[in-house]
Design a protein around this ligand. Structure first.
Ligand SMILES: Nc1nc2c(ncn2[C@@H]2O[C@H](COP(=O)(O)OP(=O)(O)OP(=O)(O)O)[C@@H](O)[C@H]2O)c(=O)[nH]1
Ligand SMILES: [Mg+2]
Length: 323
């Protein structure tokens, strides 16, 4: 697509936050171009190991399987491919192997991103909005310097600035009709201020949103959220407390993750209810989770706007992370 073609694309009318990538067509285009064309910054040595492995899986194993009658070769081949993809991940994002991943999942606008901003005490770290916002799974971790990296679908990593982090959201789609989910695999945000050095936090797109541009592909938000949540070590599930309990689609989604550990369920936006109501909703959610056989660490009320936990001990979240 030529530069001019991009320039003339119609802008949908929508109120979006002030951001040069969203407001200035040239900046928006350049960001896209940078993300798509990023060169690999993986060392030559690692590249070679990965190439050898790829060769082993895609050539040597296939030849071996073809020459020997092995009924399970298709299954083994798909397992090997999965291992190869995991190794590519390790090479591109080694820190993920050395830390626990605490993932935040939930329906669209449950407050996942704002919850992480509150938890990590950085008000404007992740973009939040009432319309669908998070488009790309975002990993947040302690780092020696503040930096944001985007990894594209070709496994190439590029450093972007904070403003770009805020532009890479569904707001970009609203402004330009271009969606990032085909282009980017994940974003990682490194922050010196993050006090948990052995945890990588993961913010995911709301699983429950229909975005007709993305829906035609397999890249729905639901699919993306599921793929990333599956790999997490611990799961925090966010629900907008105004639902009155954990909604049935959430329950089905969690069950579909085949997640074996206990989930911490957070009834978010508790500031929108009086305290006795918060207690009632938490109890109802507790019962519904039990009824559906979801192993639950605990259910708490929380306000991400006020950064307050509503529970007996008031330290459930802290204890969960300590664990
Ligand atoms: N009053 C109140 N509003 C909240 C709270 N948490 C989030 N919000 C608001 O709810 C809206 C959605 O919050 P986000 O953090 O963007 O939600 P999300 O789950 O990340 O949404 P997606 O990324 O679109 O799936 C925003 O307008 C937030 O300001 C809360 O605890 N209290
Ligand atoms: Mg979000």
């Amino acid at each position: 697509m030529g530069h001019d073609a991009f320039k003339n694309m119609p802008k949908k009318e929508k109120t979006i936050p002030k951001n040069r990538y969203l407001e200035n067509n040239d900046d928006g285009f350049n960001l896209l171009a940078q993300l798509i064309s990023a060169e690999s910054d993986v060392s030559a040595e690692s590249e070679e190991i990965l190439r050898d492995l790829e060769n082993m899986v895609d050539k040597e194993f296939l030849e071996l399987a073809m020459n020997n009658d092995c009924p399970r070769s298709a299954k083994i081949y798909s397992d090997l491919q999965k291992v190869y993809e995991d190794l590519v991940d390790v090479v591109n994002f080694p820190v993920l192997e050395n830390t626990f991943t605490v993932a935040v999942g939930g329906g669209f606008s449950a407050g996942k991103s704002r919850f992480l901003n509150a938890l990590l005490d950085e008000k404007n770290l992740l973009p939040t909005d009432t319309s669908p916002t998070t488009a790309i799974p975002t990993y947040i971790l302690n780092g020696e310097e503040n930096a944001v990296f985007a990894l594209n679908q070709f496994q190439h990593r590029t450093e972007i600035d904070e403003e770009a982090l805020h532009a890479i959201s569904h707001a970009f789609n609203a402004a330009y009709n271009v969606t990032f989910s085909h282009i980017l695999k994940r974003i990682s945000v490194e922050r010196t201020s993050i006090p948990y050095t052995n945890i990588t936090f993961l913010d995911t797109p709301g699983y429950s949103k229909a975005d007709d541009v993305i829906q035609r592909n397999n890249n729905t938000d639901e699919h993306i959220a599921k793929e990333h949540l599956r790999t997490a070590d611990y799961l925090i599930w966010l629900v907008d407390i105004q639902n009155g309990t954990i909604p049935e689609p959430d329950i089905n989604f969690i069950l579909g993750l085949d997640y074996e550990l206990e989930v911490l369920v957070v009834m978010n936006k508790a500031d929108k209810k009086i305290e006795s109501e918060v207690k009632k909703v938490v109890e109802t959610a507790r019962k519904d989770l039990k009824k559906n056989g979801i192993p639950t660490y605990d259910v708490i009320g929380f306000s991400s706007s006020k950064n307050i936990e509503y529970s007996e001990s008031k330290t459930v979240l802290r204890d969960f992370l300590k664990k």
